[in-house]
Design a binder for this molecule. Structure first.
Ligand SMILES: [Mg+2]
Length: 396
């Protein structure tokens, strides 16, 4: 079996209500849908976009370009798609960084392999260790009133954790945490994500104030490169500190573990570089007895699926609460068991019910592309790119 065609389709999915993060208002999710086709007619699909250039530094344009110009012609076309570990190794050896692009390829290869085997991806990853992945709700940044409203709605819909984003003003962040904590009571887990926007001085003094509110954690208070700062900070505050942007490659995890710089780790499969690399990552977290939370780049039902399959199969990760909510955030709803989502890149959006995400059954991710939606929501100025095996086409 050989890969004969790699197709890259830019799609812009509108959000029903804009989502806010530090310095960022998200009105559309600009993503790349990948379709990998073999000489046997098997097709693997994936989707990934970026909502914030400061998180990964990759964009839909850079993801499409590195796959079209380098990854597809050198490591995919003419190669065996089932040899995923080999392809991931080659991508890592010959293309530095670009983990989101690598993840997109890895996602599609797992879908393809599942379809060849006639098995859901979670079976390829070891089988289910839980029937569903428990989710927290991400309310974004906003006023006290908005965040309290979001938190109460999330709890009413079965979510067991609420996360808010820093709005860029530490005093307001403290007021927001206080208001949400008072509204939701002591038993619901509450997280604030700073996305690396504080310096050490801001972090030390603000987290000391936040220590009064029993947070589950403060996520990434310092810039991604300041692992030593996280270690110092952790010694001087009471609130647990999780590393997100700091924790990308395995050597980052080793440094965080060696320096005792975090109480927990936050993983996104796009940051880790796909399912193969995420499994290595989770093994290091398990080794160090560090809890993990996983998130998403805010995307379609197809974008949410690789993480959903992994979080249900990986025994370490399945113990914890995650936030893989893309389809719900895009559509401004708290479940899709009753209110089905149809405006999505995926025809079969995985089900979110009572704060739990269930990966689809069926081969691969159990998803067909929603061709009508993709055709109607092509990125303005974006072009569909094909990389093909010219020799295979001549032989056909
Ligand atoms: Mg984060």
């Amino acid at each position: 079996m050989k890969i004969t065609d790699v197709e890259l389709i830019p799609v812009s999915t509108p959000l029903v209500v804009p989502f806010h993060m530090p310095g960022t208002e998200i009105t559309h999710i600009h993503s790349i849908v990948i379709r990998i086709t073999t000489d046997t007619g098997h097709v693997g699909i994936g989707d990934s976009g970026d909502t914030s250039t400061w998180y990964r530094g990759e964009t839909p344009e850079s993801i499409a370009a590195i796959i079209e110009k380098h990854i597809a012609p050198r490591f995919l076309i003419g190669q065996n798609p089932l040899a995923i570990e080999k392809i991931v190794g080659e991508m890592d050896t010959f293309v530095r960084d670009n983990n989101q692009a690598k993840a997109l390829v890895d996602f599609a290869l797992h879908d393809l392999k599942g379809k060849v085997a006639g098995l859901p991806v979670y079976e390829l990853l070891g089988g289910k260790t839980t029937e569903g992945s428990r989710q927290g709700w991400v309310a974004g940044a906003g006023t006290e009133e908005f965040l309290v409203d979001q938190a109460l709605l999330a709890i009413a819909n079965g979510f067991s954790l609420v996360k808010i984003k820093s709005g860029g003003d530490e005093a307001q962040d403290v007021r927001n945490v206080k208001a949400v904590r008072e509204a939701i009571g002591e038993d619901v887990r509450l997280v604030i994500d700073i996305n690396g926007f504080w310096n050490y001085d801001q972090a030390l003094h603000t987290i000391r104030k936040l220590d009064d509110y029993g947070l589950y954690c403060v996520e990434q208070p310092l810039p991604h490169w300041d692992i030593e700062g996280l270690a110092r900070l952790r010694q001087r505050v009471g609130t647990p500190i999780f590393a997100d942007e700091s924790a990308q490659e395995l050597h980052h995890l080793k440094e965080i573990i060696d320096r005792r710089a975090a109480d927990g780790l936050f993983i996104k499969l796009q940051k880790a570089g796909g399912l193969v690399k995420a499994q290595r990552w989770l093994t290091m977290a398990r080794l160090a007895d560090l809890p993990v939370m996983s998130g998403c780049m805010i995307g379609s039902g197809l974008e949410a699926s690789p993480s959903a399959h992994l979080m249900m199969s990986n025994q370490w990760a399945s113990q914890f609460t995650h936030e893989n909510l893309g389809p719900l955030i895009i559509n401004n709803q708290f479940e899709n068991a009753e209110h089905r989502i149809t405006a999505d890149i995926a025809q079969q959006v995985p089900v979110f019910k009572d704060g739990v995400l269930y990966a689809n059954e069926g081969p691969g991710y159990g998803i067909d592309l929603n061709e009508d939606f993709i055709a109607a929501n092509g990125t303005l100025g974006g072009e569909v790119r094909h990389v093909r095996d010219e020799r295979a086409r001549v032989l056909v």
